[in-house]
Design a protein around this ligand. Structure first.
Ligand code: 5AD
Ligand code: SF4
Length: 484
Protein backbone atom coordinates (compact mmCIF):
# COMPACT_ATOMS: atom_id res chain seq x y z
CA UNK A 1 0.00 0.00 0.00
CA UNK A 2 1.20 3.54 -0.63
CA UNK A 3 2.62 5.13 2.48
CA UNK A 4 3.71 8.76 2.20
CA UNK A 5 6.42 8.14 4.80
CA UNK A 6 8.28 5.89 2.33
CA UNK A 7 8.16 8.62 -0.25
CA UNK A 8 9.40 11.23 2.17
CA UNK A 9 12.25 8.92 3.19
CA UNK A 10 13.81 8.92 -0.29
CA UNK A 11 16.88 11.16 -0.52
CA UNK A 12 16.85 13.39 -3.62
CA UNK A 13 20.51 14.21 -3.15
CA UNK A 14 21.55 10.56 -3.20
CA UNK A 15 21.86 8.13 -6.11
CA UNK A 16 18.83 7.40 -8.23
CA UNK A 17 17.24 4.26 -6.71
CA UNK A 18 17.17 1.29 -9.08
CA UNK A 19 14.16 -0.47 -7.60
CA UNK A 20 10.51 0.53 -7.91
CA UNK A 21 8.60 2.28 -6.52
CA UNK A 22 11.50 4.11 -4.78
CA UNK A 23 12.84 5.22 -8.15
CA UNK A 24 9.54 6.94 -8.96
CA UNK A 25 9.38 8.46 -5.47
CA UNK A 26 12.80 9.99 -6.21
CA UNK A 27 11.62 11.48 -9.51
CA UNK A 28 8.37 12.72 -8.00
CA UNK A 29 10.40 14.68 -5.46
CA UNK A 30 12.80 15.95 -8.13
CA UNK A 31 9.86 17.15 -10.22
CA UNK A 32 8.32 18.74 -7.14
CA UNK A 33 11.47 20.81 -6.58
CA UNK A 34 11.34 21.89 -10.21
CA UNK A 35 7.62 22.73 -9.94
CA UNK A 36 8.22 24.98 -6.95
CA UNK A 37 10.66 27.07 -9.00
CA UNK A 38 8.41 26.93 -12.03
CA UNK A 39 5.47 28.24 -9.99
CA UNK A 40 7.50 31.27 -8.96
CA UNK A 41 8.66 31.83 -12.54
CA UNK A 42 5.11 31.50 -13.91
CA UNK A 43 3.65 33.66 -11.17
CA UNK A 44 0.68 31.36 -10.63
CA UNK A 45 0.05 27.87 -9.28
CA UNK A 46 0.55 25.24 -11.94
CA UNK A 47 -2.57 23.58 -13.34
CA UNK A 48 -3.19 20.25 -15.00
CA UNK A 49 -5.94 19.01 -17.28
CA UNK A 50 -6.18 15.25 -17.56
CA UNK A 51 -8.54 14.12 -20.29
CA UNK A 52 -9.44 10.46 -20.28
CA UNK A 53 -11.08 8.51 -23.06
CA UNK A 54 -12.14 4.89 -23.03
CA UNK A 55 -12.80 2.32 -20.36
CA UNK A 56 -12.59 1.95 -16.57
CA UNK A 57 -8.98 0.79 -16.86
CA UNK A 58 -8.03 4.11 -18.40
CA UNK A 59 -10.02 5.95 -15.75
CA UNK A 60 -8.03 4.09 -13.11
CA UNK A 61 -4.72 4.85 -14.84
CA UNK A 62 -5.69 8.51 -14.92
CA UNK A 63 -6.39 8.46 -11.18
CA UNK A 64 -2.86 7.16 -10.63
CA UNK A 65 -1.32 9.81 -12.88
CA UNK A 66 -3.40 12.55 -11.24
CA UNK A 67 -1.95 11.56 -7.86
CA UNK A 68 1.62 11.72 -9.19
CA UNK A 69 1.10 15.12 -10.79
CA UNK A 70 -0.71 16.45 -7.75
CA UNK A 71 2.23 15.49 -5.55
CA UNK A 72 4.54 17.26 -7.99
CA UNK A 73 2.50 20.41 -7.55
CA UNK A 74 -0.11 20.61 -10.29
CA UNK A 75 -3.68 21.55 -9.39
CA UNK A 76 -6.46 19.85 -11.29
CA UNK A 77 -8.72 21.95 -13.52
CA UNK A 78 -11.67 21.02 -15.72
CA UNK A 79 -10.53 23.50 -18.38
CA UNK A 80 -9.21 21.95 -21.61
CA UNK A 81 -6.06 24.09 -21.45
CA UNK A 82 -3.61 24.05 -18.53
CA UNK A 83 0.12 24.09 -17.73
CA UNK A 84 0.14 20.32 -18.13
CA UNK A 85 -2.35 18.72 -20.52
CA UNK A 86 -2.45 14.94 -20.55
CA UNK A 87 -4.55 12.87 -22.93
CA UNK A 88 -5.05 9.29 -21.82
CA UNK A 89 -6.20 7.74 -25.07
CA UNK A 90 -8.37 4.86 -26.24
CA UNK A 91 -8.11 3.09 -29.58
CA UNK A 92 -10.83 0.48 -29.39
CA UNK A 93 -12.75 2.28 -32.13
CA UNK A 94 -11.39 4.65 -34.71
CA UNK A 95 -13.44 7.68 -33.74
CA UNK A 96 -11.66 7.78 -30.37
CA UNK A 97 -8.39 8.38 -32.27
CA UNK A 98 -9.93 11.10 -34.42
CA UNK A 99 -11.09 12.93 -31.30
CA UNK A 100 -7.49 13.14 -30.02
CA UNK A 101 -6.14 14.66 -33.22
CA UNK A 102 -8.93 17.23 -33.11
CA UNK A 103 -8.02 18.21 -29.55
CA UNK A 104 -4.30 18.38 -30.35
CA UNK A 105 -4.98 20.77 -33.20
CA UNK A 106 -6.82 23.01 -30.76
CA UNK A 107 -3.92 22.98 -28.29
CA UNK A 108 -1.31 23.97 -30.83
CA UNK A 109 -2.11 27.68 -30.72
CA UNK A 110 -2.28 27.74 -26.96
CA UNK A 111 1.17 26.24 -26.76
CA UNK A 112 2.45 29.00 -29.05
CA UNK A 113 1.19 31.56 -26.53
CA UNK A 114 2.51 29.62 -23.54
CA UNK A 115 5.64 27.65 -24.54
CA UNK A 116 6.12 26.45 -20.95
CA UNK A 117 2.94 24.41 -21.30
CA UNK A 118 3.51 20.66 -21.35
CA UNK A 119 1.50 18.34 -23.56
CA UNK A 120 1.54 14.59 -22.99
CA UNK A 121 -0.23 11.69 -24.68
CA UNK A 122 -0.36 8.21 -23.28
CA UNK A 123 -2.54 5.13 -23.24
CA UNK A 124 -3.75 2.60 -25.77
CA UNK A 125 -3.48 4.69 -28.93
CA UNK A 126 0.21 5.23 -28.25
CA UNK A 127 0.81 1.47 -28.33
CA UNK A 128 0.18 1.64 -32.08
CA UNK A 129 3.34 2.34 -34.07
CA UNK A 130 1.49 4.25 -36.84
CA UNK A 131 -0.08 6.67 -34.39
CA UNK A 132 3.23 7.33 -32.62
CA UNK A 133 4.79 8.01 -36.00
CA UNK A 134 2.04 10.47 -36.83
CA UNK A 135 2.66 12.35 -33.58
CA UNK A 136 6.41 12.30 -34.23
CA UNK A 137 6.02 13.79 -37.69
CA UNK A 138 3.01 16.05 -37.52
CA UNK A 139 2.69 17.11 -33.88
CA UNK A 140 6.16 18.30 -32.82
CA UNK A 141 4.69 20.36 -29.96
CA UNK A 142 3.81 17.23 -27.98
CA UNK A 143 6.38 16.89 -25.16
CA UNK A 144 5.75 13.42 -23.79
CA UNK A 145 4.54 10.23 -25.43
CA UNK A 146 4.20 6.98 -23.52
CA UNK A 147 2.01 3.91 -23.64
CA UNK A 148 -0.01 1.71 -21.33
CA UNK A 149 2.85 -0.26 -19.78
CA UNK A 150 4.86 2.58 -18.26
CA UNK A 151 2.33 5.06 -16.90
CA UNK A 152 3.86 4.48 -13.47
CA UNK A 153 7.01 6.20 -14.83
CA UNK A 154 5.27 9.51 -15.45
CA UNK A 155 7.47 11.42 -12.97
CA UNK A 156 10.68 9.97 -14.42
CA UNK A 157 9.61 10.77 -17.97
CA UNK A 158 8.59 14.28 -17.02
CA UNK A 159 11.86 14.90 -15.22
CA UNK A 160 13.86 13.61 -18.19
CA UNK A 161 11.88 15.93 -20.44
CA UNK A 162 12.46 18.93 -18.19
CA UNK A 163 16.19 18.24 -17.97
CA UNK A 164 16.75 17.53 -21.65
CA UNK A 165 14.21 20.05 -22.99
CA UNK A 166 13.61 17.50 -25.72
CA UNK A 167 10.53 15.60 -26.50
CA UNK A 168 10.43 12.19 -24.80
CA UNK A 169 8.83 9.23 -26.52
CA UNK A 170 8.92 6.03 -24.52
CA UNK A 171 6.56 3.26 -25.58
CA UNK A 172 7.16 -0.30 -24.45
CA UNK A 173 6.01 -3.17 -26.57
CA UNK A 174 5.53 -5.39 -23.58
CA UNK A 175 4.69 -4.94 -19.94
CA UNK A 176 7.45 -5.44 -17.42
CA UNK A 177 6.83 -5.62 -13.69
CA UNK A 178 3.61 -4.66 -11.95
CA UNK A 179 4.65 -1.71 -9.79
CA UNK A 180 2.78 -1.56 -6.48
CA UNK A 181 2.60 1.16 -3.84
CA UNK A 182 2.30 4.26 -5.98
CA UNK A 183 -0.11 6.92 -4.80
CA UNK A 184 -3.69 7.05 -6.06
CA UNK A 185 -6.21 9.85 -6.25
CA UNK A 186 -9.89 9.04 -6.32
CA UNK A 187 -12.45 10.90 -8.37
CA UNK A 188 -15.02 9.98 -5.70
CA UNK A 189 -13.92 9.60 -2.06
CA UNK A 190 -16.35 6.73 -1.49
CA UNK A 191 -15.86 4.53 -4.54
CA UNK A 192 -13.06 3.51 -6.85
CA UNK A 193 -11.75 0.87 -9.22
CA UNK A 194 -9.10 -1.63 -8.19
CA UNK A 195 -7.03 -3.35 -10.86
CA UNK A 196 -6.90 -7.07 -10.36
CA UNK A 197 -5.32 -7.92 -13.68
CA UNK A 198 -3.90 -6.29 -16.76
CA UNK A 199 -3.96 -7.27 -20.43
CA UNK A 200 -5.96 -9.83 -22.35
CA UNK A 201 -5.19 -13.17 -24.00
CA UNK A 202 -8.42 -13.67 -25.87
CA UNK A 203 -7.73 -12.11 -29.25
CA UNK A 204 -11.32 -11.57 -30.28
CA UNK A 205 -10.79 -11.01 -33.98
CA UNK A 206 -12.11 -7.41 -34.06
CA UNK A 207 -10.33 -6.20 -30.95
CA UNK A 208 -7.12 -4.26 -30.61
CA UNK A 209 -6.89 -4.54 -26.82
CA UNK A 210 -4.58 -7.60 -26.67
CA UNK A 211 -2.14 -5.74 -28.92
CA UNK A 212 -2.12 -2.52 -26.93
CA UNK A 213 -2.56 -3.82 -23.38
CA UNK A 214 -0.38 -6.92 -23.71
CA UNK A 215 -0.71 -10.40 -22.25
CA UNK A 216 -2.77 -11.23 -19.22
CA UNK A 217 -1.08 -10.59 -15.85
CA UNK A 218 -2.79 -10.90 -12.47
CA UNK A 219 -1.89 -9.00 -9.34
CA UNK A 220 -1.12 -11.01 -6.24
CA UNK A 221 -4.28 -11.46 -4.14
CA UNK A 222 -2.58 -10.10 -1.01
CA UNK A 223 -1.67 -6.87 -2.83
CA UNK A 224 -5.27 -6.49 -3.97
CA UNK A 225 -6.76 -7.21 -0.55
CA UNK A 226 -4.32 -4.89 1.17
CA UNK A 227 -5.15 -2.11 -1.25
CA UNK A 228 -8.87 -2.57 -0.66
CA UNK A 229 -8.47 -2.67 3.12
CA UNK A 230 -6.52 0.60 2.89
CA UNK A 231 -9.20 2.15 0.70
CA UNK A 232 -11.96 1.12 3.09
CA UNK A 233 -10.01 2.60 6.00
CA UNK A 234 -9.92 5.79 3.93
CA UNK A 235 -13.71 5.93 3.44
CA UNK A 236 -14.37 3.79 0.37
CA UNK A 237 -17.61 1.80 0.51
CA UNK A 238 -17.81 0.54 -3.07
CA UNK A 239 -15.10 -0.94 -5.24
CA UNK A 240 -15.05 -2.16 -8.80
CA UNK A 241 -12.59 -4.97 -9.52
CA UNK A 242 -11.10 -4.19 -12.89
CA UNK A 243 -9.70 -6.38 -15.62
CA UNK A 244 -10.22 -6.97 -19.33
CA UNK A 245 -11.43 -10.47 -18.51
CA UNK A 246 -11.81 -10.84 -14.75
CA UNK A 247 -13.10 -14.39 -15.05
CA UNK A 248 -9.66 -15.64 -15.94
CA UNK A 249 -8.07 -13.90 -12.93
CA UNK A 250 -5.31 -15.78 -11.17
CA UNK A 251 -4.34 -18.27 -13.85
CA UNK A 252 -0.87 -16.78 -14.28
CA UNK A 253 -0.05 -16.48 -10.57
CA UNK A 254 2.67 -18.57 -8.92
CA UNK A 255 -0.08 -19.95 -6.71
CA UNK A 256 -3.06 -19.89 -9.05
CA UNK A 257 -6.42 -18.89 -7.67
CA UNK A 258 -9.82 -18.31 -9.26
CA UNK A 259 -11.77 -15.10 -9.51
CA UNK A 260 -14.52 -16.72 -7.42
CA UNK A 261 -12.01 -17.33 -4.61
CA UNK A 262 -10.79 -13.74 -4.80
CA UNK A 263 -14.36 -12.46 -4.72
CA UNK A 264 -15.09 -14.41 -1.53
CA UNK A 265 -12.00 -12.93 0.13
CA UNK A 266 -12.90 -9.39 -0.92
CA UNK A 267 -16.41 -9.95 0.41
CA UNK A 268 -14.95 -10.62 3.88
CA UNK A 269 -13.37 -7.18 4.15
CA UNK A 270 -15.05 -5.40 7.00
CA UNK A 271 -16.52 -1.99 6.24
CA UNK A 272 -16.70 -2.57 2.51
CA UNK A 273 -20.31 -2.44 1.37
CA UNK A 274 -20.50 -2.96 -2.37
CA UNK A 275 -18.44 -4.96 -4.86
CA UNK A 276 -18.70 -4.66 -8.63
CA UNK A 277 -16.51 -6.12 -11.34
CA UNK A 278 -15.80 -5.57 -15.01
CA UNK A 279 -15.53 -7.26 -17.53
CA UNK A 280 -16.68 -10.86 -17.66
CA UNK A 281 -16.10 -13.02 -20.69
CA UNK A 282 -18.98 -15.52 -21.08
CA UNK A 283 -16.59 -18.31 -22.04
CA UNK A 284 -14.87 -18.15 -18.63
CA UNK A 285 -17.87 -17.52 -16.40
CA UNK A 286 -17.91 -20.61 -14.20
CA UNK A 287 -20.55 -22.22 -12.02
CA UNK A 288 -18.15 -21.57 -9.16
CA UNK A 289 -18.34 -17.83 -9.84
CA UNK A 290 -22.14 -17.87 -10.00
CA UNK A 291 -22.19 -19.58 -6.59
CA UNK A 292 -19.76 -17.03 -5.19
CA UNK A 293 -21.80 -14.11 -6.51
CA UNK A 294 -24.90 -15.57 -4.94
CA UNK A 295 -23.23 -16.17 -1.58
CA UNK A 296 -21.38 -12.86 -1.31
CA UNK A 297 -23.89 -10.33 -0.02
CA UNK A 298 -21.70 -7.35 -0.98
CA UNK A 299 -21.57 -8.29 -4.65
CA UNK A 300 -23.99 -6.04 -6.51
CA UNK A 301 -27.00 -7.43 -8.35
CA UNK A 302 -25.51 -6.58 -11.70
CA UNK A 303 -23.54 -8.52 -14.26
CA UNK A 304 -22.09 -7.07 -17.44
CA UNK A 305 -21.88 -9.96 -19.88
CA UNK A 306 -20.77 -8.89 -23.36
CA UNK A 307 -22.67 -10.73 -26.08
CA UNK A 308 -21.06 -9.02 -29.13
CA UNK A 309 -23.32 -10.95 -31.52
CA UNK A 310 -26.24 -13.37 -31.25
CA UNK A 311 -25.25 -15.32 -34.34
CA UNK A 312 -23.14 -18.42 -33.75
CA UNK A 313 -21.60 -18.00 -37.22
CA UNK A 314 -20.44 -14.48 -36.41
CA UNK A 315 -19.35 -15.46 -32.89
CA UNK A 316 -17.09 -18.08 -34.43
CA UNK A 317 -15.59 -15.49 -36.78
CA UNK A 318 -15.17 -13.16 -33.81
CA UNK A 319 -13.24 -15.92 -31.99
CA UNK A 320 -15.52 -15.58 -28.98
CA UNK A 321 -15.50 -19.32 -28.20
CA UNK A 322 -19.21 -19.66 -27.36
CA UNK A 323 -22.37 -20.09 -29.39
CA UNK A 324 -25.73 -18.38 -29.15
CA UNK A 325 -27.11 -21.46 -27.36
CA UNK A 326 -24.24 -21.58 -24.85
CA UNK A 327 -24.69 -17.91 -24.04
CA UNK A 328 -28.42 -18.34 -23.48
CA UNK A 329 -27.81 -21.41 -21.30
CA UNK A 330 -25.36 -19.41 -19.21
CA UNK A 331 -27.91 -16.62 -18.75
CA UNK A 332 -30.48 -19.18 -17.67
CA UNK A 333 -28.06 -20.65 -15.13
CA UNK A 334 -27.31 -17.19 -13.73
CA UNK A 335 -30.97 -16.23 -13.51
CA UNK A 336 -31.86 -19.50 -11.85
CA UNK A 337 -29.43 -18.76 -9.00
CA UNK A 338 -29.97 -15.00 -8.91
CA UNK A 339 -33.46 -14.16 -10.19
CA UNK A 340 -33.04 -10.46 -9.35
CA UNK A 341 -29.84 -9.91 -11.26
CA UNK A 342 -29.66 -7.12 -13.83
CA UNK A 343 -27.80 -8.07 -16.96
CA UNK A 344 -26.14 -5.57 -19.28
CA UNK A 345 -24.09 -6.20 -22.40
CA UNK A 346 -21.96 -4.98 -25.30
CA UNK A 347 -23.06 -5.61 -28.89
CA UNK A 348 -21.22 -4.94 -32.13
CA UNK A 349 -23.27 -4.30 -35.27
CA UNK A 350 -21.85 -4.79 -38.76
CA UNK A 351 -19.03 -7.23 -38.12
CA UNK A 352 -17.66 -8.39 -41.54
CA UNK A 353 -20.01 -10.88 -43.19
CA UNK A 354 -22.96 -10.11 -40.87
CA UNK A 355 -26.14 -10.96 -42.82
CA UNK A 356 -29.70 -9.89 -42.05
CA UNK A 357 -30.25 -13.39 -40.58
CA UNK A 358 -27.20 -13.02 -38.34
CA UNK A 359 -28.45 -9.66 -37.16
CA UNK A 360 -31.88 -11.11 -36.40
CA UNK A 361 -30.18 -13.70 -34.20
CA UNK A 362 -28.75 -10.80 -32.20
CA UNK A 363 -32.21 -9.25 -31.88
CA UNK A 364 -33.51 -12.64 -30.80
CA UNK A 365 -30.97 -12.87 -27.95
CA UNK A 366 -31.78 -9.30 -26.91
CA UNK A 367 -35.48 -10.22 -26.70
CA UNK A 368 -34.81 -13.45 -24.84
CA UNK A 369 -32.31 -12.10 -22.30
CA UNK A 370 -34.00 -8.74 -21.79
CA UNK A 371 -30.98 -6.66 -20.80
CA UNK A 372 -31.40 -3.78 -18.36
CA UNK A 373 -29.22 -1.82 -20.76
CA UNK A 374 -26.70 -2.41 -23.50
CA UNK A 375 -23.78 -0.61 -25.08
CA UNK A 376 -24.10 -0.89 -28.82
CA UNK A 377 -21.18 -0.27 -31.16
CA UNK A 378 -20.82 0.01 -34.89
CA UNK A 379 -18.02 -2.30 -35.96
CA UNK A 380 -14.81 -0.33 -36.42
CA UNK A 381 -12.00 -1.77 -38.48
CA UNK A 382 -8.77 -1.84 -36.46
CA UNK A 383 -5.57 -2.27 -38.45
CA UNK A 384 -3.62 -5.35 -37.40
CA UNK A 385 -6.61 -7.33 -36.12
CA UNK A 386 -7.71 -10.46 -38.06
CA UNK A 387 -11.16 -8.99 -38.78
CA UNK A 388 -9.64 -6.04 -40.65
CA UNK A 389 -8.56 -8.44 -43.40
CA UNK A 390 -11.92 -10.21 -43.62
CA UNK A 391 -14.04 -9.94 -46.73
CA UNK A 392 -17.64 -8.78 -46.93
CA UNK A 393 -17.36 -5.65 -44.84
CA UNK A 394 -20.99 -4.57 -44.37
CA UNK A 395 -22.04 -1.37 -46.22
CA UNK A 396 -22.44 1.66 -43.99
CA UNK A 397 -26.16 2.25 -44.73
CA UNK A 398 -26.97 -1.34 -43.83
CA UNK A 399 -25.04 -1.07 -40.56
CA UNK A 400 -26.75 2.20 -39.66
CA UNK A 401 -30.18 0.78 -40.31
CA UNK A 402 -29.46 -2.31 -38.18
CA UNK A 403 -27.94 -0.19 -35.44
CA UNK A 404 -31.10 1.93 -35.23
CA UNK A 405 -33.32 -1.17 -35.05
CA UNK A 406 -31.18 -2.69 -32.32
CA UNK A 407 -31.16 0.50 -30.30
CA UNK A 408 -34.95 0.77 -30.48
CA UNK A 409 -35.38 -2.81 -29.28
CA UNK A 410 -32.95 -2.30 -26.40
CA UNK A 411 -34.52 0.97 -25.33
CA UNK A 412 -38.04 -0.49 -25.34
CA UNK A 413 -37.01 -3.44 -23.17
CA UNK A 414 -34.87 -1.27 -20.92
CA UNK A 415 -37.81 1.09 -20.28
CA UNK A 416 -40.10 -1.85 -19.46
CA UNK A 417 -37.61 -3.22 -16.95
CA UNK A 418 -37.03 0.21 -15.41
CA UNK A 419 -40.81 0.76 -15.11
CA UNK A 420 -41.32 -2.59 -13.43
CA UNK A 421 -39.30 -1.53 -10.38
CA UNK A 422 -41.23 1.67 -9.69
CA UNK A 423 -42.56 1.89 -6.13
CA UNK A 424 -39.88 -0.44 -4.76
CA UNK A 425 -37.67 0.87 -1.93
CA UNK A 426 -34.04 -0.05 -2.54
CA UNK A 427 -30.59 0.86 -1.13
CA UNK A 428 -28.90 3.62 -3.11
CA UNK A 429 -25.35 4.94 -2.91
CA UNK A 430 -25.56 8.73 -3.14
CA UNK A 431 -22.85 9.85 -5.54
CA UNK A 432 -22.99 13.46 -6.67
CA UNK A 433 -24.94 16.65 -7.07
CA UNK A 434 -27.04 16.45 -10.21
CA UNK A 435 -25.38 18.38 -13.03
CA UNK A 436 -28.61 19.92 -14.33
CA UNK A 437 -30.34 20.65 -11.04
CA UNK A 438 -28.31 21.21 -7.88
CA UNK A 439 -31.31 20.48 -5.64
CA UNK A 440 -31.02 16.83 -6.68
CA UNK A 441 -28.50 14.16 -5.71
CA UNK A 442 -27.74 11.39 -8.17
CA UNK A 443 -27.24 7.91 -6.81
CA UNK A 444 -26.92 4.33 -7.97
CA UNK A 445 -28.88 1.23 -7.15
CA UNK A 446 -27.09 -2.06 -6.58
CA UNK A 447 -28.03 -3.00 -10.16
CA UNK A 448 -26.22 0.13 -11.41
CA UNK A 449 -29.39 2.02 -12.43
CA UNK A 450 -29.38 5.76 -11.73
CA UNK A 451 -31.87 7.61 -9.52
CA UNK A 452 -32.19 11.31 -8.77
CA UNK A 453 -33.51 12.33 -5.34
CA UNK A 454 -34.13 15.71 -3.73
CA UNK A 455 -31.40 16.32 -1.19
CA UNK A 456 -28.14 18.06 -0.48
CA UNK A 457 -24.45 17.29 -0.50
CA UNK A 458 -24.51 15.80 3.04
CA UNK A 459 -26.03 12.68 1.56
CA UNK A 460 -23.07 11.99 -0.73
CA UNK A 461 -21.20 8.78 0.06
CA UNK A 462 -24.05 7.26 2.09
CA UNK A 463 -26.11 4.21 1.18
CA UNK A 464 -29.75 5.09 1.93
CA UNK A 465 -33.16 3.52 1.28
CA UNK A 466 -34.81 5.22 -1.67
CA UNK A 467 -38.33 4.79 -2.96
CA UNK A 468 -38.36 4.71 -6.76
CA UNK A 469 -41.20 7.13 -7.47
CA UNK A 470 -41.12 7.49 -11.21
CA UNK A 471 -39.42 5.85 -14.18
CA UNK A 472 -37.94 8.05 -16.88
CA UNK A 473 -37.15 5.18 -19.23
CA UNK A 474 -33.59 4.46 -18.26
CA UNK A 475 -33.36 6.21 -14.88
CA UNK A 476 -35.60 7.03 -11.92
CA UNK A 477 -36.80 9.94 -9.85
CA UNK A 478 -36.95 8.90 -6.19
CA UNK A 479 -37.28 9.92 -2.58
CA UNK A 480 -35.05 9.07 0.37
CA UNK A 481 -37.08 7.16 2.96
CA UNK A 482 -35.68 8.63 6.13
CA UNK A 483 -36.21 6.51 9.16
CA UNK A 484 -33.76 8.58 11.19
N1 5AD B 1 -15.40 -2.18 -33.25
C1 5AD B 1 -16.51 -1.94 -32.51
N2 5AD B 1 -16.61 -2.23 -31.22
C2 5AD B 1 -15.56 -2.80 -30.61
N3 5AD B 1 -15.37 -3.21 -29.35
C3 5AD B 1 -14.12 -3.72 -29.25
N4 5AD B 1 -13.50 -3.66 -30.43
C4 5AD B 1 -14.37 -3.09 -31.31
C5 5AD B 1 -14.32 -2.77 -32.69
N5 5AD B 1 -13.25 -3.02 -33.42
C6 5AD B 1 -16.40 -3.14 -28.31
C7 5AD B 1 -16.76 -4.52 -27.78
C8 5AD B 1 -16.18 -4.50 -26.39
C9 5AD B 1 -16.30 -3.03 -26.04
C10 5AD B 1 -15.45 -2.58 -24.92
O1 5AD B 1 -15.91 -2.37 -27.23
O2 5AD B 1 -18.16 -4.62 -27.72
O3 5AD B 1 -16.88 -5.33 -25.49
FE1 SF4 C 1 -10.99 -7.38 -26.59
FE2 SF4 C 1 -12.06 -9.83 -26.48
FE3 SF4 C 1 -10.03 -9.16 -24.81
FE4 SF4 C 1 -12.48 -8.07 -24.47
S1 SF4 C 1 -11.97 -10.25 -24.29
S2 SF4 C 1 -10.49 -6.99 -24.44
S3 SF4 C 1 -13.21 -7.86 -26.59
S4 SF4 C 1 -9.93 -9.31 -27.05
Amino acid sequence: MFDKKNLEAVDVNGDVPVTEPERQYYYMKKCRQWAEEETIRAGHSLTMSIQTLGCQMNAKDSEKMTAILEYIGYEETNEPVADFVLYNTCTVRENANLKIYGRLGYLKNHKKKNPAMKIAICGCMMQEADEVEKIRKSYPFVDLVFGTHNIYKLAELLYTQIQSERRIMDVWEEAKEIVEDLPGKRKYPFKTGVNIMFGCNNFCSYCIVPYVRGRERSREPEDILEEIRGLVADGVVEIMLLGQNVNSYGKTLKNPMTFAELLRKVNEIEGLQRIRFMTSHPKDLSGELIEAMKDCEKVCTHLHLPLQSGSSVILEKMNRKYTKEKYLELVEQIREKMPDISLTTDIIVGFPGETEEDFEETLDVVRKVRYDSAYTFIYSKRTGTPAAAMENQVPEEVVKERFARLLKEIQTISAEITDSRVSQTVPVLMEEINEQDDRLITGRLSNNAVVHVPGDADLIGKILPVRLEESKGFYYMGQVMNDE
